[in-house]
Design a protein around this ligand. Structure first.
Ligand SMILES: Cc1cc2nc3c(=O)[nH]c(=O)nc-3n(C[C@H](O)[C@H](O)[C@H](O)COP(=O)(O)OP(=O)(O)OC[C@H]3O[C@@H](n4cnc5c(N)ncnc54)[C@H](O)[C@@H]3O)c2cc1C
Length: 326
């Protein structure tokens, strides 16, 4: 990335004195990897957020929005621009309508909804990070997805320079996808309409989900969750090479989605490491930082895994994690 001039940095800091310089991004990511952000600012207010982005555009400073940092891999050289951390918080529950800000933690909103006797968002309890990040990537697990929960999203369209409110359909959610991945926006918040249910069962579901995650995912490890998307296919021809060597369980064939972790596991790659980055020995789709890993280690390991899966099964894995500063 092109180096910012001293003048650009000074102009930005004069306008926004809360901005930090050369803030190490590894302390803001779940992977604990990443060099410094030339500029870094935490924002709690929608109008200030917009003004920062418009100002950065005016003085040609690249910008990047982060939430909880649980789904990003930041380059070892950091980010030559301004990282704007979304910290707008404040949720409200009225009847069956849950409103949340982009900076609210997804897990907390799931718990608050269950505590209010509302059902349908319990799965969100295990998704680290913020509501903004969850909407951006249509986060999901245990059969739930943001696309099934969200009623509306309010945001700022960075290209059209206007505030917008989108209905669920207008968010164009897909598998780990949304319109926000294709058209730059600042997501400010959302509403969900849930159903009234049994509070005891809702809380029990939350505890069951948490204990299932403990059994199937690495605990206490630095990671960005799943590195690759699961492999979705329309036509079984896509599995012809895979099925030559491996028996694919019928439940996977039924949903036409092969978990990336399962593919990686069949190749015996669990526990394989490059530098300090390792394919988790608990879950094949989790790449973990054993401590002191560099982004380069993760990139090398991710390329190696992709090559192995492509060569063995003719399947090209796609990244789920977002790359920052490369
Ligand atoms: C241990 C672990 C388990 C995980 N399990 C799951 C899981 O089960 N299911 C799942 O889907 N994901 C999972 N993840 C991935 C991750 O938690 C989700 O993708 C999460 O929703 C990301 O939220 P975040 O706030 O951390 O986003 P960040 O990592 O900060 O950002 C991710 C992307 O969202 C964009 N973004 C964030 N906030 C905004 C905003 N307000 N406006 C515009 N863009 C924004 C960023 O620019 C970036 O491109 C897991 C991660 C970890 C570490």
């Amino acid at each position: 990335m092109q180096k910012l001039s001293d003048e650009q940095v000074a102009t930005f800091v004069a306008a926004y004195p809360a901005a930090k310089q050369n803030e190490l991004l590894l302390s803001h990511t779940f992977l604990k990897i990443g060099g410094p952000a030339r500029l870094y600012i935490v924002v709690q207010d929608a109008d200030i957020y917009v003004s920062i982005i418009e100002f950065a555009k005016k003085i040609s400073i690249p910008f990047y929005i982060i939430g909880g940092g649980s789904n990003i891999l930041v380059s070892d050289t950091g980010y030559e621009g301004v990282i704007i951390q979304m910290n707008m918080r404040g949720s409200k529950i009225e009847e069956t309508v849950v409103s949340a800000c982009a900076g609210d933690f997804t897990g907390l909103i799931a718990r608050l909804s269950a505590d209010a006797g509302l059902i349908g968002f319990e799965w969100g309890v295990g998704v680290p990070g913020t509501i903004g990040g969850a909407i951006y990537g249509n986060a999901g697990c245990f059969g739930g997805e943001m696309k099934d929960a969200v009623a509306s999203v309010c945001a700022y369209d960075i290209l059209k320079e206007k505030k917008v409110t989108y209905s669920n359909g207008e968010c164009m959610f897909g598998y780990r996808d949304s319109r926000f991945k294709h058209e730059p926006h600042i997501i400010f918040g959302m509403t969900m309409v849930l159903e009234r249910g049994n509070i005891f069962l809702a809380k029990k579901k939350i505890e069951d989900i948490m204990s299932k995650r403990k059994d199937t995912q690495p605990q206490g490890a630095f990671s960005a969750g799943c590195l690759f998307k699961n492999f979705e296919y329309k036509n079984t021809d896509a599995l012809s090479i895979l099925q030559r060597d491996v028996e694919v369980p019928s439940e996977l064939l039924k949903v036409k989605k092969i978990p990336a972790g399962w593919l990686i596991d069949t190749l015996g790659l669990k526990g394989y490491a490059i530098g300090r980055a390792q394919v988790s020995s608990v879950h094949g789709n989790f790449l973990v930082n054993l401590g002191g890993a560099r982004a380069q280690d993760v990139l090398a390991l991710s390329s190696y895994v992709k090559m192995k899966v492509r060569d063995a099964y003719g399947i090209l894995l796609e990244d789920e994690v977002q790359y920052v500063g490369f």
